[in-house]
Design a binder for this molecule. Structure first.
Ligand code: 5BU
Length: 264
């Protein structure tokens, strides 16, 4: 079933975790990753309870939770796991390999609960080895999403930088895929051409209300993002700030799923 729906993306992928994601997306008929940017544990629990059935992955910023404790967080990850979600910490690592390896540990111990993390390639390719070593240290595995583009206005990830990130990232088995700019379908289409079919492209900067967001964020349409080659729309405020998060999540799920069917 997943092979049919995802076409060449499934056929060319050599990553277990990508295949796991594609299967979850088919099961839930949703290519939505929720950006769960709420800053209390109660707010996070409430959100996941409402939208769990309509999303395929959960993106966190573990360091923005005001009342974070290790115990509550591990309970939260258990709930996410029970809801069948991949857990993606959007940490945007950027340091040298050995420091990044240690930053996967520390108080938040990201290596012990994340399936995916983001990283910049600004410090060179060893950052991916550092992150993979950290997962190995706790006998787990995971995938790295490299920032090839960003959704925010004025960002410094110019096309030449994007090309180098893609060229290096494509070769590395520890790289699950790339972050692309969900607000600009044309840029995304170009990125997909460069990436080919073997790796994922996940896209923030997506909202049914297209246009400029807060503090330089930009938003594009979910259907357009998937048609341009995104494999997962990352949606934050479009869901968690809505008066009915479940209804909104369902709308994004339907838009993303229908676009995948249309694309393949
Ligand atoms: P929003 O509320 O849908 O704007 O939330 C977007 C989320 O995606 C938020 O958690 C950001 O940290 C994240 N993000 C982004 O907006 N743009 C980027 O280029 C990257 C991540 Br990388």
């Amino acid at each position: 079933m997943a092979a049919e729906i995802w076409g060449e993306r499934w056929a060319e992928s050599t990553s277990d975790i990508s295949k796991k994601y594609m299967e979850i997306a088919v099961k839930k008929r949703s290519l939505v990753c929720l950006a769960a940017d709420r800053n209390t544990m109660a707010g996070l629990f409430d959100l996941i309870e409402q939208v769990g059935p309509y999303i395929a992955a959960l993106k966190t910023h573990v360091d923005l939770v005001d009342d974070w404790t290790a115990g509550e967080w591990s309970r939260f990850c258990e709930v996410a796991d029970a809801a069948g979600l991949l857990i993606f910490e959007d940490r945007k690592f950027a340091d040298i390999g050995k420091i990044t390896r240690n930053q996967m540990g520390g108080i938040y111990d990201i290596r012990s609960w994340s399936d995916l993390v983001t990283a910049h390639l600004i410090s060179g390719p060893d950052i991916v080895d550092g992150i993979q070593a950290a997962w190995s240290d706790v006998s787990r595995s995971g995938g790295v999403l490299l920032l090839a583009q960003m959704s925010s206005r004025g960002n410094l990830l110019n096309p030449k930088y994007t090309d180098e990130v893609v060229a290096k990232g494509k070769q590395h088995p520890g790289v699950f895929g790339f972050i692309g700019n969900g607000s600009r379908p044309d840029e995304l289409r170009e990125l997909r051409q460069k990436v080919g079919s073997a790796k994922m492209i996940w896209t923030p900067g997506v909202n049914l209300a297209v246009g400029d967001g807060e503090m330089g964020q930009r938003y594009g349409d979910p259907r357009q993002a998937i048609l341009a080659g995104s494999d997962c729309i990352i949606v934050g405020s479009g869901i968690h700030k809505s008066s009915n998060p479940a209804d909104s999540a369902k709308k994004y799920a339907d838009a993303s799923w229908n676009a995948l069917i249309e694309r393949e």
